[in-house]
Design a binder for this molecule. Structure first.
Ligand code: HEM
Length: 505
C-alpha cells in the first residue's frame, strides 16, 4: 500500500485521532456539536449520490486505444483518422431503460459511447449496438423514455405503455424487430457490433464534404442470449456483462472492434431514394460498401468506477475538425441534450473532471461556475475581443458551408412520398435464417403477451406490411385474426391508429 493512504486526516489534511467513538457528554450522554469530524463524515456521506443519467443509467467502462490502419484522408482531415494515428479512448457500455441498479441481461438496446482523446480535442461517438433507432424527431424522445421506464401510477415497467408508444410510431418498426430478435440480449458487450447510427459528415483538406456512417464490428464474434438464459443469469448475477468485460480485460483478453465507415457524396444524397438523414433508415451496404478504417482495442480497466465510469460525460456535440454533423434532425436535437443533462448531472465545469478532460491544452475561456478547480485562467483577460490577442478564433478550421433549401416548417416525414417505414424491417426478416425467425416471433409474442389486443393488431399490421410471412406468423403467435390484420393493413396510418384506439376495440 502507498504510504500516503496510511494516516487518516480530515478533508483539509488535519490528523484524525478517533474514527470509531463519537464525542459525547459523559460516557452515556448525547453527542456534542464539537464532534466536527463526525459532522464532516456524515455530511459528505449524505451527498454522495449524484443524479443518474436520464437513460443509459446502468453502465460499465474501459480504457483502450484506437489505431488507424487504412488511409481515408480523401474523405476527412481529422488527425485521429489519419493513417497510423494512435489515440487513447475511454468507452462506456450501457443498457438504456434500466436504472442504475438494473440487471445487465435485459432485452434492450445497448449504448456504446466512445471518447477519443485526440490531438485536436475530444471526439465523442455516442452510439448503440443497432444501426437504426426507434424515433426520428426529438419531440418523441421524452415519450420513449417514459414509455419504456416506469408507469406513473404503479411505478412498474409496463409492456402496455411500451408497445402502445412503439406501435403509434410506425418508424420504430425496424428497431422493434431488432430488439425482439436474438440480438435483443447480447451475451457480452465484447460480442456485439455497434454503430454511430446517425449520418455524420467528413470534410477533407480541400474542404470537400461527404456524408458518413460509423460501424464498429466485433472481432470476438456475435453471441446472444435467449430469454431463458438471460432470466437464469439475471436471477443470480445482475452485473454479468460488467463482470464479463472486466474479467476479460483483467486476464489480458483484450476485446477489439474494427471501425468501418460508409460514405455517400452530397450528389448521391440528393438523389437517394429515401431520406439519407433519417435515422430510422439504414444505408444499403451493397450500395454504400463498408470502408475499413482502423482497430479499437480495450486494454485497461478503470481504477475507480465513480471517478471514471459514473462521471464520464459524452456528447455527440464534441467533434473535431474533419468530422461534422448532418441535417439529421434527431442528431441536431441530441447536440443540445447531452451537455445540458451533464450540466445538471455533474455541473457546469464537468469537462474539468479528469475522465472528461482533453489531453491537449484547453483554451475555452469560460469562467467561474460551481466546482471550478483549475485556477480559472488566472489573470488572463476574461473578455474577447481584447487588445492582447488572447482567445482568438481559428478560421482555418471552418467547416464547408452547407446549401439548404426549403421553407421553415413542421415537416412530417410521413408526408414524404419516399418514406417507407417497413422496407428495412421486412428486408431484415427475409435475411434471417429459420431458427432466428422463430426466435423473433416467440420473443415478440412473449413480450407483447400482457398487452391489449388493439395494440397487438397494430404491431401485426406493421409486420404484415413489412412482409406477408412475418405478418402471418406473428398474427398466429399472438392469437389474432389474420383476416382482420389484412383488412387493417389496407388503411392509412392515421386510419389504422383511429381504428385501434383503446375505445374502439
Ligand atoms: C434526440 C434523441 C436523444 C436524446 C435527446 C438523448 C439524450 C440523452 C441524454 C440526456 C443522455 C444522458 C447523458 C448524461 O447524463 O451524460 C443520453 C445518454 C446516452 N445516449 Fe442518448 N439521446 C438521444 C438519442 C440517442 C441515440 C440515437 C443514441 C445512439 C445512437 C443514443 C445513445 C446514448 C448513449 C450511448 C448514452 C449513454 C452515454 C454514456 O455512457 O454516458 N442516444 N442520451
Amino acid at each position: 500500500m502507498d504510504d500516503k493512504y496510511k494516516k487518516l486526516t480530515n478533508e483539509v489534511g488535519a490528523p484524525i485521532a478517533d474514527n470509531e467513538n463519537s464525542i459525547t457528554a459523559g460516557a452515556r450522554g448525547p453527542v456534542v456539536m464539537q464532534d466536527v469530524w463526525l459532522m464532516e463524515k456524515m455530511a459528505h456521506f449524505n451527498r454522495e449520490v449524484i443524479p443518474e443519467r436520464r437513460m443509459h443509467a446502468k453502465g460499465w467502462g474501459a480504457h483502450g486505444n484506437f489505431k488507424v490502419t487504412h488511409d481515408i484522408s480523401q474523405y476527412t482531415k481529422a488527425k485521429v483518422l489519419q493513417l497510423d494515428a494512435e489515440t487513447d479512448v475511454f468507452i462506456r457500455f450501457s443498457t438504456v431503460a434500466g436504472e442504475r441498479g438494473a440487471a445487465d441481461c435485459e432485452r434492450d438496446i445497448r449504448g456504446v459511447a466512445v471518447k477519443f482523446y485526440t490531438e485536436e480535442g475530444n471526439w465523442d461517438l455516442v452510439g448503440n449496438n443497432t444501426p437504426t433507432f426507434f424515433l426520428r424527431d426529438v419531440h418523441n424522445f421524452p415519450g420513449l423514455n417514459r414509455a419504456v421506464k416506469r408507469d406513473p401510477r404503479t411505478g412498474r415497467r409496463s409492456p402496455q405503455n411500451n408497445w402502445d408508444f412503439w406501435t403509434l410510431l410506425p418508424e420504430s418498426f425496424h428497431q422493434r424487430t431488432i430488439v425482439m430478435s436474438d440480438r435483443g440480449i447480447p451475451a457480452s458487450f465484447r460480442k456485439m457490433h455497434f454503430y454511430g447510427e446517425h449520418t455524420f459528415s467528413f470534410y477533407n483538406e480541400a474542404n470537400e464534404r461527404v456524408w458518413c456512417k460509423f460501424h464498429f464490428r466485433t472481432e470476438q464474434g456475435i453471441e446472444n442470449l435467449t430469454n431463458e438464459e438471460a432470466a437464469a443469469i439475471n436471477a443470480t448475477n445482475r452485473e454479468y456483462m460488467g463482470e464479463d468485460l472486466f474479467e476479460a480485460i483483467e486476464n489480458g483478453d483484450f476485446p477489439r472492434w474494427k471501425l468501418y465507415v460508409q460514405v455517400m457524396t452530397e450528389e448521391q444524397a440528393r438523389n437517394h431514394y429515401e431520406n439519407p438523414f433519417d435515422i430510422t433508415k439504414v444505408w444499403s451496404q451493397k450500395e454504400f460498401p463498408l470502408i475499413e478504417v482502423g482497430v479499437l482495442e480495450l486494454n485497461k480497466n478503470p481504477e475507480n468506477y465513480f471517478a471514471e465510469v459514473e462521471q464520464a460525460a459524452f456528447t455527440p456535440a464534441h467533434v473535431v475538425p474533419g468530422i461534422g454533423f448532418s441535417p439529421d434532425k434527431f442528431l441536431q436535437g441530441r447536440l443540445f441534450s447531452y451537455g445540458d443533462a451533464q450540466r445538471y448531472r455533474l455541473g457546469v465545469n464537468h469537462n474539468q473532471i479528469p475522465i472528461n478532460r482533453a489531453k491537449v491544452d484547453v483554451n475555452e475561456f469560460h469562467r467561474d461556475g460551481f466546482m471550478r478547480v483549475d485556477g480559472n485562467y488566472g489573470r488572463t483577460p476574461a473578455y474577447t475581443p481584447n487588445s492582447d490577442g488572447y482567445w482568438t478564433a481559428q478560421p482555418e478550421y471552418l467547416a464547408p458551408p452547407l446549401e439548404i433549401e426549403g421553407a421553415v416548417w413542421n415537416y412530417d416525414p410521413k408526408d414524404d412520398p419516399t418514406d417507407d417505414n417497413f422496407r428495412a424491417g421486412g428486408k431484415l426478416w427475409r435475411l434471417l435464417k429459420e431458427d432466428k425467425k422463430e426466435l423473433l416471433i416467440q420473443n415478440t409474442a412473449n413480450d407483447i403477451a400482457p398487452v391489449t389486443e388493439n395494440i397487438k393488431y397494430r404491431h401485426a399490421v406493421h409486420c404484415y406490411l413489412a412482409d406477408e410471412e412475418y405478418g402471418r406468423r406473428i398474427t398466429e403467435a399472438m392469437g389474432l385474426s389474420l383476416e382482420k390484420v389484412i383488412e387493417l393493413s389496407k388503411l392509412s396510418n392515421d386510419d389504422l391508429i383511429e381504428r385501434t384506439l383503446t375505445a374502439k376495440m
